[in-house]
Design a protein around this ligand. Structure first.
Ligand SMILES: C[S@@+](CC[C@H](N)C(=O)[O-])C[C@H]1O[C@@H](n2cnc3c(N)ncnc32)[C@H](O)[C@@H]1O
Length: 140
């Protein structure tokens, strides 16, 4: 899911090449609060870190994830790591602090992500240092 049509078109094309049968949708994340569905697993690839430092949107994000995730379900979050001199990204403390109340951060690993060709071309020397977090929703 992405609210940019071209992003979804790229994902559809990649899934086709990989022979995967996946449903994609062009959708604003903050409308998902109206969904009456629950999931055991949610994968966030590059959304959460956009809200870094924005307490209002982080709270709205948490509310929606909390609503969509089953008890004991897991949220897998891939985020760019905050780095000096580079816009965006999140630091490890912010990940732990954000999810502390209703979730458990079970693991947090740093790794170097691959990125899309145009982003790599625009910043050829950049290492896309990132975090991969496994986050469990606590049982109520
Ligand atoms: C860092 S990119 C990650 C793209 C892709 N998910 C990936 O992992 O390669 C962040 C994406 O979030 C999308 N995005 C940002 N805010 C959004 C929102 N409120 N609802 C849906 N998509 C959003 C942007 O259009 C952008 O494609």
């Amino acid at each position: 899911m992405d609210f940019v049509e071209e992003a979804v078109e790229r994902a559809v094309a990649k899934a086709k090449v990989a022979g995967l049968n996946v449903d994609f949708m062009v959708q604003e994340f903050f409308t998902l609060g109206s969904w009456d569905r629950k999931f055991q697993t949610i994968i966030d690839s590059g959304l959460f870190h956009i809200f870094s430092g924005d307490e209002v949107r982080k709270a709205a994000y948490l509310e929606i994830v909390n609503q969509l995730l089953k008890d004991n379900g897991r949220l897998y979050v891939l985020s760019c790591k905050e780095e000096p001199g580079i816009d965006g990204g999140v630091n490890a403390d912010e990940i732990f602090d954000t999810f502390r109340e209703r979730f458990i951060v079970e693991s947090l690993h740093e790794f170097e992500a691959e990125t899309v060709v145009d982003a790599a071309e625009n910043a050829p020397d950049r290492r896309w240092l990132s975090y991969f977090a496994v986050i469990k929703k606590c049982e109520r």
